[in-house]
Design a protein around this ligand. Structure first.
Ligand code: ATP
Ligand code: MG
Length: 562
Protein backbone atom coordinates (compact mmCIF):
# COMPACT_ATOMS: atom_id res chain seq x y z
CA UNK A 1 0.00 0.00 0.00
CA UNK A 2 1.32 3.44 -0.92
CA UNK A 3 2.05 6.00 1.74
CA UNK A 4 -1.09 7.84 2.80
CA UNK A 5 0.12 9.35 6.05
CA UNK A 6 1.28 12.62 4.60
CA UNK A 7 -1.84 14.67 5.09
CA UNK A 8 -0.81 17.59 2.92
CA UNK A 9 0.09 15.46 -0.08
CA UNK A 10 -3.41 14.02 -0.32
CA UNK A 11 -5.75 15.40 -2.95
CA UNK A 12 -9.31 16.16 -1.97
CA UNK A 13 -10.64 12.76 -3.02
CA UNK A 14 -7.94 10.88 -1.14
CA UNK A 15 -8.76 13.04 1.89
CA UNK A 16 -12.46 12.16 1.70
CA UNK A 17 -11.68 8.47 1.40
CA UNK A 18 -9.21 8.59 4.23
CA UNK A 19 -11.79 10.29 6.48
CA UNK A 20 -14.53 7.85 5.49
CA UNK A 21 -12.24 4.97 6.31
CA UNK A 22 -11.31 6.47 9.65
CA UNK A 23 -14.97 7.07 10.52
CA UNK A 24 -15.86 3.50 9.66
CA UNK A 25 -18.22 4.52 6.89
CA UNK A 26 -19.44 1.48 4.93
CA UNK A 27 -17.33 -0.66 7.27
CA UNK A 28 -14.27 1.25 6.08
CA UNK A 29 -14.43 -0.44 2.71
CA UNK A 30 -13.10 1.30 -0.39
CA UNK A 31 -14.63 0.16 -3.65
CA UNK A 32 -14.51 2.32 -6.77
CA UNK A 33 -15.56 1.68 -10.35
CA UNK A 34 -14.78 2.82 -13.85
CA UNK A 35 -18.11 3.03 -15.74
CA UNK A 36 -17.62 3.68 -19.47
CA UNK A 37 -20.49 3.71 -21.88
CA UNK A 38 -19.45 1.32 -24.71
CA UNK A 39 -20.27 3.85 -27.42
CA UNK A 40 -16.74 4.64 -28.56
CA UNK A 41 -13.07 4.10 -27.86
CA UNK A 42 -11.47 5.43 -24.69
CA UNK A 43 -9.61 8.72 -24.84
CA UNK A 44 -6.98 10.33 -22.65
CA UNK A 45 -9.72 11.81 -20.43
CA UNK A 46 -10.96 8.30 -19.69
CA UNK A 47 -7.36 7.29 -19.01
CA UNK A 48 -7.26 9.93 -16.31
CA UNK A 49 -10.44 8.52 -14.77
CA UNK A 50 -9.01 4.99 -14.98
CA UNK A 51 -5.77 6.00 -13.27
CA UNK A 52 -7.79 7.77 -10.62
CA UNK A 53 -10.29 5.00 -9.85
CA UNK A 54 -7.90 2.07 -10.05
CA UNK A 55 -5.19 4.11 -8.35
CA UNK A 56 -7.41 4.92 -5.35
CA UNK A 57 -8.34 1.28 -4.96
CA UNK A 58 -4.65 0.31 -4.93
CA UNK A 59 -3.74 3.09 -2.55
CA UNK A 60 -6.47 2.33 -0.01
CA UNK A 61 -6.41 -1.45 -0.17
CA UNK A 62 -9.71 -1.45 -1.96
CA UNK A 63 -11.24 -2.79 -5.15
CA UNK A 64 -12.16 -1.28 -8.48
CA UNK A 65 -14.88 -2.61 -10.78
CA UNK A 66 -15.20 -2.23 -14.49
CA UNK A 67 -18.80 -1.55 -15.40
CA UNK A 68 -20.14 -1.04 -18.88
CA UNK A 69 -22.88 1.52 -18.63
CA UNK A 70 -24.90 0.05 -21.46
CA UNK A 71 -28.35 1.60 -21.15
CA UNK A 72 -28.55 3.11 -24.63
CA UNK A 73 -28.77 0.24 -27.14
CA UNK A 74 -28.81 2.51 -30.17
CA UNK A 75 -25.17 3.60 -29.78
CA UNK A 76 -23.46 0.68 -28.12
CA UNK A 77 -21.45 -2.12 -29.66
CA UNK A 78 -19.38 -5.12 -28.64
CA UNK A 79 -16.40 -3.75 -30.59
CA UNK A 80 -16.28 -0.91 -28.09
CA UNK A 81 -16.55 -3.25 -25.11
CA UNK A 82 -13.54 -5.21 -26.36
CA UNK A 83 -11.42 -2.15 -27.09
CA UNK A 84 -12.18 -0.70 -23.65
CA UNK A 85 -11.01 -3.87 -21.91
CA UNK A 86 -7.87 -3.98 -24.02
CA UNK A 87 -7.05 -0.36 -23.23
CA UNK A 88 -7.51 -0.72 -19.46
CA UNK A 89 -5.28 -3.80 -19.38
CA UNK A 90 -2.70 -2.08 -21.52
CA UNK A 91 -2.63 0.84 -19.08
CA UNK A 92 -1.65 -1.72 -16.47
CA UNK A 93 -4.84 -2.09 -14.40
CA UNK A 94 -6.94 -5.06 -13.39
CA UNK A 95 -10.57 -4.84 -12.47
CA UNK A 96 -12.13 -6.81 -9.65
CA UNK A 97 -13.65 -10.10 -10.84
CA UNK A 98 -15.53 -10.15 -14.13
CA UNK A 99 -16.62 -6.97 -15.90
CA UNK A 100 -20.09 -5.78 -14.90
CA UNK A 101 -22.81 -4.46 -17.15
CA UNK A 102 -25.64 -2.15 -16.20
CA UNK A 103 -27.75 -4.37 -18.45
CA UNK A 104 -27.21 -7.19 -15.93
CA UNK A 105 -29.36 -5.15 -13.57
CA UNK A 106 -32.28 -4.49 -15.91
CA UNK A 107 -34.54 -6.91 -13.98
CA UNK A 108 -33.68 -5.38 -10.63
CA UNK A 109 -34.01 -1.85 -11.99
CA UNK A 110 -37.43 -2.73 -13.37
CA UNK A 111 -38.45 -4.05 -9.94
CA UNK A 112 -37.26 -0.85 -8.35
CA UNK A 113 -39.24 1.23 -10.82
CA UNK A 114 -42.31 -0.79 -9.88
CA UNK A 115 -41.56 -0.12 -6.22
CA UNK A 116 -41.49 3.62 -6.88
CA UNK A 117 -44.84 3.35 -8.67
CA UNK A 118 -46.36 1.37 -5.79
CA UNK A 119 -45.02 3.88 -3.29
CA UNK A 120 -46.68 6.68 -5.28
CA UNK A 121 -43.28 8.06 -6.25
CA UNK A 122 -43.37 7.50 -10.00
CA UNK A 123 -45.92 8.00 -12.78
CA UNK A 124 -46.33 7.32 -16.47
CA UNK A 125 -46.44 10.47 -18.57
CA UNK A 126 -47.95 10.49 -22.08
CA UNK A 127 -46.31 13.75 -23.10
CA UNK A 128 -43.31 14.05 -25.38
CA UNK A 129 -39.83 14.46 -23.94
CA UNK A 130 -39.70 17.95 -25.51
CA UNK A 131 -42.88 19.10 -23.82
CA UNK A 132 -41.76 17.64 -20.51
CA UNK A 133 -38.51 19.51 -20.80
CA UNK A 134 -40.33 22.79 -21.57
CA UNK A 135 -42.62 22.38 -18.60
CA UNK A 136 -39.66 22.16 -16.27
CA UNK A 137 -39.11 25.89 -16.93
CA UNK A 138 -36.06 27.49 -15.33
CA UNK A 139 -34.65 27.36 -11.80
CA UNK A 140 -36.20 30.73 -10.91
CA UNK A 141 -39.69 29.82 -12.18
CA UNK A 142 -42.18 27.30 -10.99
CA UNK A 143 -42.42 24.23 -13.19
CA UNK A 144 -45.68 23.12 -14.80
CA UNK A 145 -47.04 19.85 -13.48
CA UNK A 146 -47.91 17.22 -16.03
CA UNK A 147 -51.65 16.52 -16.43
CA UNK A 148 -50.73 12.84 -15.86
CA UNK A 149 -48.92 13.49 -12.58
CA UNK A 150 -51.75 12.33 -10.39
CA UNK A 151 -52.63 9.07 -12.09
CA UNK A 152 -53.53 6.31 -9.65
CA UNK A 153 -50.99 3.70 -8.60
CA UNK A 154 -53.05 1.03 -10.41
CA UNK A 155 -53.17 2.96 -13.67
CA UNK A 156 -49.44 3.73 -13.51
CA UNK A 157 -48.60 0.13 -12.81
CA UNK A 158 -50.78 -1.10 -15.64
CA UNK A 159 -49.34 1.40 -18.12
CA UNK A 160 -45.78 0.65 -17.08
CA UNK A 161 -46.32 -3.08 -17.64
CA UNK A 162 -47.79 -2.31 -21.03
CA UNK A 163 -44.77 -0.14 -21.82
CA UNK A 164 -42.58 -3.09 -20.96
CA UNK A 165 -44.72 -5.43 -23.05
CA UNK A 166 -44.18 -3.39 -26.16
CA UNK A 167 -47.67 -1.97 -26.57
CA UNK A 168 -46.42 1.54 -27.33
CA UNK A 169 -44.14 3.13 -29.83
CA UNK A 170 -40.87 4.93 -29.07
CA UNK A 171 -41.51 8.21 -27.26
CA UNK A 172 -45.21 7.57 -26.66
CA UNK A 173 -44.81 7.27 -22.92
CA UNK A 174 -42.16 7.68 -20.26
CA UNK A 175 -41.92 6.86 -16.58
CA UNK A 176 -41.06 9.80 -14.33
CA UNK A 177 -40.08 10.05 -10.69
CA UNK A 178 -42.54 12.18 -8.73
CA UNK A 179 -40.34 14.52 -6.76
CA UNK A 180 -40.78 18.30 -6.91
CA UNK A 181 -41.72 20.43 -9.91
CA UNK A 182 -40.63 23.55 -8.05
CA UNK A 183 -37.21 22.41 -6.92
CA UNK A 184 -34.44 24.93 -7.57
CA UNK A 185 -32.50 21.92 -8.88
CA UNK A 186 -33.87 21.15 -12.33
CA UNK A 187 -32.83 17.52 -12.06
CA UNK A 188 -35.30 17.07 -9.21
CA UNK A 189 -38.23 18.29 -11.32
CA UNK A 190 -39.77 14.88 -11.95
CA UNK A 191 -36.92 13.38 -13.99
CA UNK A 192 -37.59 10.71 -16.60
CA UNK A 193 -36.44 7.32 -15.38
CA UNK A 194 -37.57 4.98 -18.18
CA UNK A 195 -38.08 5.50 -21.87
CA UNK A 196 -39.37 3.30 -24.67
CA UNK A 197 -36.78 2.31 -27.23
CA UNK A 198 -37.47 -0.48 -29.68
CA UNK A 199 -33.85 -1.28 -30.37
CA UNK A 200 -31.77 -4.39 -30.13
CA UNK A 201 -29.34 -4.33 -27.24
CA UNK A 202 -25.80 -5.69 -27.69
CA UNK A 203 -26.31 -8.05 -24.74
CA UNK A 204 -30.01 -8.39 -23.93
CA UNK A 205 -31.11 -8.56 -27.56
CA UNK A 206 -34.83 -7.85 -27.86
CA UNK A 207 -35.78 -8.75 -24.31
CA UNK A 208 -36.41 -5.13 -23.41
CA UNK A 209 -38.05 -2.25 -25.20
CA UNK A 210 -37.86 0.07 -22.21
CA UNK A 211 -34.52 1.28 -20.94
CA UNK A 212 -33.58 3.07 -17.69
CA UNK A 213 -32.13 6.57 -17.84
CA UNK A 214 -28.59 7.27 -16.65
CA UNK A 215 -29.54 8.93 -13.36
CA UNK A 216 -31.79 6.08 -12.33
CA UNK A 217 -29.44 3.32 -13.41
CA UNK A 218 -26.14 4.69 -12.29
CA UNK A 219 -26.53 5.11 -8.54
CA UNK A 220 -28.50 1.89 -8.30
CA UNK A 221 -25.78 -0.02 -10.14
CA UNK A 222 -23.25 1.46 -7.74
CA UNK A 223 -25.44 0.26 -4.90
CA UNK A 224 -25.77 -3.26 -6.30
CA UNK A 225 -22.01 -3.57 -6.68
CA UNK A 226 -21.25 -2.26 -3.21
CA UNK A 227 -19.41 0.77 -4.56
CA UNK A 228 -18.37 3.14 -1.78
CA UNK A 229 -16.96 6.08 -3.71
CA UNK A 230 -18.54 6.81 -7.07
CA UNK A 231 -16.23 9.27 -8.78
CA UNK A 232 -17.53 11.22 -11.74
CA UNK A 233 -16.94 14.48 -13.57
CA UNK A 234 -18.16 17.89 -12.40
CA UNK A 235 -21.24 18.14 -14.57
CA UNK A 236 -22.82 15.48 -12.36
CA UNK A 237 -22.53 17.59 -9.23
CA UNK A 238 -26.07 18.89 -9.80
CA UNK A 239 -27.27 15.30 -10.22
CA UNK A 240 -26.02 14.32 -6.80
CA UNK A 241 -29.27 15.09 -4.90
CA UNK A 242 -31.08 12.85 -7.38
CA UNK A 243 -28.44 10.12 -7.01
CA UNK A 244 -29.06 10.24 -3.25
CA UNK A 245 -32.85 10.45 -3.64
CA UNK A 246 -32.99 7.17 -5.56
CA UNK A 247 -30.75 5.35 -3.11
CA UNK A 248 -32.80 6.70 -0.16
CA UNK A 249 -36.12 5.79 -1.69
CA UNK A 250 -35.23 2.35 -2.99
CA UNK A 251 -32.99 0.81 -0.39
CA UNK A 252 -32.97 0.54 3.37
CA UNK A 253 -29.52 -0.62 4.39
CA UNK A 254 -26.98 1.42 6.27
CA UNK A 255 -24.53 1.13 3.40
CA UNK A 256 -24.53 4.15 1.10
CA UNK A 257 -22.45 4.79 -2.03
CA UNK A 258 -21.13 8.32 -2.20
CA UNK A 259 -20.75 10.39 -5.35
CA UNK A 260 -17.67 12.61 -5.61
CA UNK A 261 -17.05 14.95 -8.54
CA UNK A 262 -13.77 16.11 -10.07
CA UNK A 263 -12.90 18.28 -13.08
CA UNK A 264 -12.73 16.45 -16.39
CA UNK A 265 -9.51 16.59 -18.32
CA UNK A 266 -9.46 19.00 -21.25
CA UNK A 267 -6.44 18.93 -23.50
CA UNK A 268 -5.36 21.69 -25.87
CA UNK A 269 -5.36 21.25 -29.66
CA UNK A 270 -7.79 18.36 -29.66
CA UNK A 271 -11.41 17.39 -29.10
CA UNK A 272 -12.37 14.79 -26.59
CA UNK A 273 -16.06 14.04 -26.86
CA UNK A 274 -16.76 10.59 -28.22
CA UNK A 275 -19.40 12.03 -30.52
CA UNK A 276 -16.83 14.26 -32.20
CA UNK A 277 -14.17 11.57 -32.30
CA UNK A 278 -16.70 9.25 -33.95
CA UNK A 279 -17.44 11.98 -36.47
CA UNK A 280 -13.73 12.20 -37.37
CA UNK A 281 -13.62 8.42 -37.84
CA UNK A 282 -16.83 8.16 -39.84
CA UNK A 283 -15.94 11.15 -41.99
CA UNK A 284 -12.59 9.51 -42.84
CA UNK A 285 -10.85 12.61 -41.55
CA UNK A 286 -8.59 10.23 -39.65
CA UNK A 287 -7.74 6.63 -40.53
CA UNK A 288 -9.66 5.15 -37.58
CA UNK A 289 -10.07 5.29 -33.80
CA UNK A 290 -6.39 4.37 -33.51
CA UNK A 291 -5.09 7.00 -35.92
CA UNK A 292 -1.88 8.17 -34.22
CA UNK A 293 -3.18 11.75 -34.18
CA UNK A 294 -6.27 10.84 -32.16
CA UNK A 295 -6.39 11.52 -28.39
CA UNK A 296 -7.70 7.98 -27.92
CA UNK A 297 -5.78 5.47 -25.83
CA UNK A 298 -5.47 3.27 -28.93
CA UNK A 299 -4.23 6.22 -30.99
CA UNK A 300 -1.67 7.16 -28.36
CA UNK A 301 -0.53 3.53 -28.14
CA UNK A 302 -0.11 3.29 -31.90
CA UNK A 303 1.73 6.61 -31.86
CA UNK A 304 4.29 5.22 -29.40
CA UNK A 305 3.02 6.42 -26.04
CA UNK A 306 3.80 3.97 -23.25
CA UNK A 307 1.45 3.07 -20.38
CA UNK A 308 3.98 4.57 -17.97
CA UNK A 309 3.98 7.87 -19.82
CA UNK A 310 0.19 8.12 -19.63
CA UNK A 311 0.16 7.20 -15.95
CA UNK A 312 2.88 9.80 -15.32
CA UNK A 313 0.71 12.37 -17.09
CA UNK A 314 -2.37 11.47 -15.02
CA UNK A 315 -0.27 11.77 -11.91
CA UNK A 316 1.15 15.15 -12.84
CA UNK A 317 -2.20 16.74 -13.64
CA UNK A 318 -3.71 15.46 -10.39
CA UNK A 319 -7.37 16.06 -9.60
CA UNK A 320 -8.97 19.46 -9.53
CA UNK A 321 -12.34 20.82 -8.53
CA UNK A 322 -12.43 23.37 -11.30
CA UNK A 323 -12.36 22.90 -15.07
CA UNK A 324 -9.11 23.77 -16.78
CA UNK A 325 -7.23 23.00 -19.98
CA UNK A 326 -3.98 21.07 -19.86
CA UNK A 327 -1.41 21.89 -22.49
CA UNK A 328 -0.76 18.91 -24.75
CA UNK A 329 2.97 19.63 -24.43
CA UNK A 330 2.79 18.21 -20.89
CA UNK A 331 1.70 14.89 -22.37
CA UNK A 332 4.58 15.09 -24.85
CA UNK A 333 6.96 15.88 -22.00
CA UNK A 334 5.87 12.73 -20.16
CA UNK A 335 6.49 10.40 -23.09
CA UNK A 336 9.89 12.00 -23.71
CA UNK A 337 10.83 11.48 -20.09
CA UNK A 338 9.81 7.85 -20.20
CA UNK A 339 11.34 7.03 -23.57
CA UNK A 340 14.57 8.81 -22.76
CA UNK A 341 15.22 6.01 -20.29
CA UNK A 342 13.65 3.15 -22.17
CA UNK A 343 14.23 3.67 -25.87
CA UNK A 344 17.21 2.02 -27.55
CA UNK A 345 19.05 4.44 -29.83
CA UNK A 346 19.26 3.77 -33.53
CA UNK A 347 20.25 5.69 -36.64
CA UNK A 348 17.76 6.69 -39.32
CA UNK A 349 18.07 9.18 -42.13
CA UNK A 350 14.79 10.86 -42.97
CA UNK A 351 16.01 12.97 -45.91
CA UNK A 352 19.07 11.18 -47.26
CA UNK A 353 21.91 12.61 -49.32
CA UNK A 354 24.92 10.57 -50.37
CA UNK A 355 28.43 10.97 -48.97
CA UNK A 356 31.43 9.40 -50.73
CA UNK A 357 34.69 9.07 -48.80
CA UNK A 358 37.21 9.49 -51.59
CA UNK A 359 40.14 7.95 -49.71
CA UNK A 360 38.24 4.99 -48.22
CA UNK A 361 38.86 1.56 -49.81
CA UNK A 362 36.22 0.56 -52.34
CA UNK A 363 34.91 -2.69 -50.89
CA UNK A 364 35.84 -2.32 -47.27
CA UNK A 365 33.14 -2.85 -44.63
CA UNK A 366 33.95 -2.00 -41.03
CA UNK A 367 31.60 -2.99 -38.25
CA UNK A 368 31.23 -0.18 -35.76
CA UNK A 369 30.03 -1.41 -32.41
CA UNK A 370 27.64 1.16 -31.01
CA UNK A 371 25.76 0.92 -27.70
CA UNK A 372 21.97 1.03 -27.83
CA UNK A 373 21.88 3.39 -24.87
CA UNK A 374 24.84 5.30 -23.51
CA UNK A 375 23.50 5.28 -19.96
CA UNK A 376 22.10 1.76 -19.88
CA UNK A 377 24.57 -0.99 -20.64
CA UNK A 378 21.92 -3.66 -20.17
CA UNK A 379 20.51 -2.72 -23.57
CA UNK A 380 23.70 -3.97 -25.19
CA UNK A 381 25.05 -2.83 -28.54
CA UNK A 382 24.85 -3.61 -32.22
CA UNK A 383 27.21 -3.56 -35.19
CA UNK A 384 26.67 -0.80 -37.70
CA UNK A 385 28.42 -1.28 -41.04
CA UNK A 386 30.58 1.62 -42.29
CA UNK A 387 31.51 1.83 -45.97
CA UNK A 388 32.83 4.19 -48.62
CA UNK A 389 29.35 5.34 -49.61
CA UNK A 390 27.13 6.61 -46.84
CA UNK A 391 23.90 8.52 -46.31
CA UNK A 392 23.52 11.51 -44.06
CA UNK A 393 20.66 13.96 -43.49
CA UNK A 394 20.50 16.56 -46.24
CA UNK A 395 20.25 19.24 -43.55
CA UNK A 396 23.67 18.22 -42.19
CA UNK A 397 25.37 19.90 -45.13
CA UNK A 398 25.28 23.58 -45.93
CA UNK A 399 26.93 25.61 -48.64
CA UNK A 400 28.51 28.87 -47.43
CA UNK A 401 27.55 27.91 -43.90
CA UNK A 402 27.72 30.41 -41.06
CA UNK A 403 30.50 29.97 -38.51
CA UNK A 404 28.28 28.25 -35.97
CA UNK A 405 27.11 25.54 -38.35
CA UNK A 406 29.03 22.63 -36.83
CA UNK A 407 28.19 20.16 -39.55
CA UNK A 408 29.42 19.60 -43.08
CA UNK A 409 30.45 22.41 -45.40
CA UNK A 410 33.49 22.64 -47.66
CA UNK A 411 36.65 22.42 -45.60
CA UNK A 412 34.90 21.59 -42.33
CA UNK A 413 35.24 18.50 -40.19
CA UNK A 414 32.65 16.56 -38.22
CA UNK A 415 32.64 13.29 -36.39
CA UNK A 416 30.50 10.55 -37.87
CA UNK A 417 28.97 9.11 -34.74
CA UNK A 418 30.81 6.03 -33.47
CA UNK A 419 33.11 6.08 -36.57
CA UNK A 420 35.60 8.61 -37.98
CA UNK A 421 36.18 12.30 -38.32
CA UNK A 422 35.40 13.25 -41.90
CA UNK A 423 36.33 16.37 -43.78
CA UNK A 424 34.09 17.77 -46.48
CA UNK A 425 36.02 18.40 -49.70
CA UNK A 426 33.52 19.21 -52.46
CA UNK A 427 29.98 18.53 -53.68
CA UNK A 428 28.32 17.42 -56.88
CA UNK A 429 24.98 18.87 -57.96
CA UNK A 430 22.30 17.52 -60.24
CA UNK A 431 20.76 19.40 -63.18
CA UNK A 432 18.37 21.24 -60.85
CA UNK A 433 21.19 22.45 -58.67
CA UNK A 434 20.45 20.09 -55.77
CA UNK A 435 23.35 18.47 -53.97
CA UNK A 436 23.64 14.88 -55.18
CA UNK A 437 26.95 13.75 -53.67
CA UNK A 438 29.12 15.15 -50.90
CA UNK A 439 32.77 14.21 -51.23
CA UNK A 440 34.73 13.76 -48.02
CA UNK A 441 38.03 12.37 -46.87
CA UNK A 442 38.66 10.55 -43.63
CA UNK A 443 41.59 10.09 -41.30
CA UNK A 444 42.03 6.45 -40.38
CA UNK A 445 43.59 7.43 -37.05
CA UNK A 446 40.40 9.06 -35.79
CA UNK A 447 38.31 5.93 -35.37
CA UNK A 448 36.11 6.24 -32.26
CA UNK A 449 37.23 4.22 -29.30
CA UNK A 450 40.58 3.30 -30.85
CA UNK A 451 42.38 5.17 -28.07
CA UNK A 452 44.72 6.99 -30.47
CA UNK A 453 45.54 10.67 -29.97
CA UNK A 454 43.78 11.47 -33.23
CA UNK A 455 40.62 9.71 -32.08
CA UNK A 456 40.49 11.95 -29.01
CA UNK A 457 40.68 15.12 -31.06
CA UNK A 458 37.60 17.21 -30.41
CA UNK A 459 35.56 18.44 -33.33
CA UNK A 460 32.47 20.52 -32.68
CA UNK A 461 29.86 18.48 -34.50
CA UNK A 462 28.76 14.85 -34.47
CA UNK A 463 26.29 13.60 -37.06
CA UNK A 464 24.63 10.27 -37.75
CA UNK A 465 25.07 8.25 -40.94
CA UNK A 466 24.26 4.94 -42.60
CA UNK A 467 26.05 2.76 -45.10
CA UNK A 468 24.32 3.28 -48.45
CA UNK A 469 24.52 -0.36 -49.45
CA UNK A 470 23.44 -1.78 -46.07
CA UNK A 471 20.70 0.58 -44.99
CA UNK A 472 17.06 -0.45 -45.21
CA UNK A 473 14.29 1.51 -46.88
CA UNK A 474 11.58 2.84 -44.62
CA UNK A 475 8.54 5.04 -44.58
CA UNK A 476 8.36 7.52 -41.73
CA UNK A 477 5.15 9.25 -40.71
CA UNK A 478 5.48 12.59 -38.99
CA UNK A 479 2.51 13.89 -37.03
CA UNK A 480 1.53 17.31 -35.94
CA UNK A 481 -1.48 18.42 -33.93
CA UNK A 482 -4.78 17.41 -35.46
CA UNK A 483 -6.14 20.93 -34.94
CA UNK A 484 -4.42 24.23 -35.45
CA UNK A 485 -6.47 25.96 -32.76
CA UNK A 486 -5.81 25.37 -29.05
CA UNK A 487 -9.54 24.98 -28.35
CA UNK A 488 -11.19 23.77 -31.57
CA UNK A 489 -14.56 23.14 -29.95
CA UNK A 490 -14.51 26.36 -27.97
CA UNK A 491 -15.82 28.60 -30.77
CA UNK A 492 -19.45 29.50 -30.53
CA UNK A 493 -20.49 29.76 -34.14
CA UNK A 494 -17.73 27.85 -35.88
CA UNK A 495 -17.67 24.08 -36.23
CA UNK A 496 -14.59 22.46 -34.66
CA UNK A 497 -13.77 20.79 -37.98
CA UNK A 498 -12.99 24.21 -39.43
CA UNK A 499 -9.83 24.13 -37.32
CA UNK A 500 -8.42 20.86 -38.63
CA UNK A 501 -4.70 21.16 -39.32
CA UNK A 502 -4.24 20.20 -42.97
CA UNK A 503 -0.57 19.44 -42.27
CA UNK A 504 -1.08 17.08 -39.37
CA UNK A 505 0.34 14.12 -41.30
CA UNK A 506 3.50 14.15 -43.39
CA UNK A 507 4.64 10.91 -45.01
CA UNK A 508 8.33 10.54 -45.83
CA UNK A 509 8.64 7.56 -48.13
CA UNK A 510 12.34 7.68 -48.93
CA UNK A 511 13.92 7.16 -45.51
CA UNK A 512 16.77 4.86 -44.53
CA UNK A 513 17.29 2.97 -41.29
CA UNK A 514 20.11 0.82 -40.03
CA UNK A 515 20.16 -2.92 -40.81
CA UNK A 516 19.75 -3.85 -37.13
CA UNK A 517 16.11 -2.83 -37.49
CA UNK A 518 15.32 -5.53 -40.06
CA UNK A 519 13.21 -7.58 -37.66
CA UNK A 520 11.28 -4.97 -35.73
CA UNK A 521 7.65 -5.57 -34.76
CA UNK A 522 4.76 -3.14 -34.36
CA UNK A 523 5.01 -1.03 -31.17
CA UNK A 524 8.82 -1.49 -30.86
CA UNK A 525 10.21 1.92 -30.07
CA UNK A 526 13.50 3.74 -30.62
CA UNK A 527 15.15 7.04 -30.35
CA UNK A 528 16.39 7.85 -33.82
CA UNK A 529 19.39 9.86 -32.75
CA UNK A 530 18.99 13.58 -33.23
CA UNK A 531 15.55 13.05 -34.83
CA UNK A 532 13.15 12.10 -32.04
CA UNK A 533 11.32 9.08 -30.65
CA UNK A 534 9.77 6.70 -33.14
CA UNK A 535 7.91 3.42 -33.04
CA UNK A 536 6.98 0.73 -35.51
CA UNK A 537 3.52 1.12 -36.99
CA UNK A 538 1.10 -1.77 -37.41
CA UNK A 539 1.30 -1.19 -41.19
CA UNK A 540 4.98 -2.14 -41.12
CA UNK A 541 6.08 -5.30 -42.95
CA UNK A 542 9.44 -6.90 -43.56
CA UNK A 543 9.36 -5.59 -47.10
CA UNK A 544 8.30 -2.12 -46.12
CA UNK A 545 9.19 -0.81 -42.68
CA UNK A 546 6.89 1.92 -41.38
CA UNK A 547 7.70 4.13 -38.41
CA UNK A 548 5.68 6.76 -36.57
CA UNK A 549 7.28 9.73 -34.95
CA UNK A 550 5.97 9.67 -31.40
CA UNK A 551 7.47 12.99 -30.45
CA UNK A 552 10.44 15.11 -31.47
CA UNK A 553 13.36 15.68 -29.13
CA UNK A 554 12.62 19.34 -28.70
CA UNK A 555 10.96 19.98 -25.40
CA UNK A 556 9.01 23.20 -25.34
CA UNK A 557 7.21 22.36 -22.12
CA UNK A 558 10.29 21.81 -20.01
CA UNK A 559 11.75 25.07 -21.29
CA UNK A 560 8.59 27.02 -20.60
CA UNK A 561 8.49 25.69 -17.07
CA UNK A 562 12.11 26.15 -16.05
P1 ATP B 1 -17.66 11.71 -23.69
O1 ATP B 1 -18.30 12.99 -23.29
O2 ATP B 1 -16.29 11.82 -24.25
O3 ATP B 1 -18.53 10.86 -24.54
P2 ATP B 1 -18.48 10.38 -21.37
O4 ATP B 1 -18.36 11.07 -20.09
O5 ATP B 1 -19.82 10.29 -21.96
O6 ATP B 1 -17.40 10.96 -22.34
P3 ATP B 1 -18.28 7.75 -20.38
O7 ATP B 1 -18.01 6.53 -21.15
O8 ATP B 1 -19.62 7.95 -19.81
O9 ATP B 1 -17.89 8.95 -21.33
O10 ATP B 1 -17.15 7.96 -19.28
C1 ATP B 1 -16.67 6.94 -18.44
C2 ATP B 1 -15.97 7.59 -17.28
O11 ATP B 1 -14.89 8.38 -17.73
C3 ATP B 1 -16.91 8.50 -16.52
O12 ATP B 1 -16.77 8.24 -15.13
C4 ATP B 1 -16.45 9.87 -16.88
O13 ATP B 1 -16.65 10.74 -15.82
C5 ATP B 1 -14.98 9.68 -17.18
N1 ATP B 1 -14.52 10.66 -18.15
C6 ATP B 1 -14.99 10.87 -19.39
N2 ATP B 1 -14.37 11.90 -19.99
C7 ATP B 1 -13.46 12.36 -19.10
C8 ATP B 1 -12.49 13.40 -19.11
N3 ATP B 1 -12.34 14.21 -20.16
N4 ATP B 1 -11.73 13.58 -18.01
C9 ATP B 1 -11.87 12.77 -16.95
N5 ATP B 1 -12.75 11.78 -16.87
C10 ATP B 1 -13.55 11.56 -17.92
MG1 MG C 1 -21.35 9.43 -20.61
Amino acid sequence: MAEVNEEKSLNFIQQIIKDDKKNGKNESRVHTRFPPEPNGYLHIGHAKSICLNFGLAQQFDGKCNLRFDDTNPSKEETEYVDSIMEDIKWLGFEWEGDPHYTSDYFDQLFEWAVKLIKDGKAYVDDQSAELISEQKKSPTEEGIESPYRNRSVEENYDLFLRMKNGEFKDGEKVLRAKIDMNSPNMHMRDPIIYRIMNAEHHRTGNKWCIYPMYDFAHGESDYLEGITHSICTLEFEVHRPLYNWFVENLTDTEYRPRQIEFARLNLSYTVMSKRKLLELVEGNIVSGWDDPRMPTVSGLRRRGYTPDSIRMFADKIGVAKRENVIDVSLLEYCVREDLNNKAPRAMAILDPVKVVIDNYPEDKVEMMNIAYHQKDESMGSREVPFTKELYIERSDYMEDAPKKFFRLSEGREVRFRGAYILKCESVEKDADGNISVIHCTYDEETRSGSGSEASKRKVKGTIHWLSASHSLDAEVRLYDRLFSDPAPDGHKDVDYKEFLNSESLEILSNCKVEPALANVKPLDFFQFVRMGYFNVDKDSTKEKLVFNRTVSLKDSWAKMNK
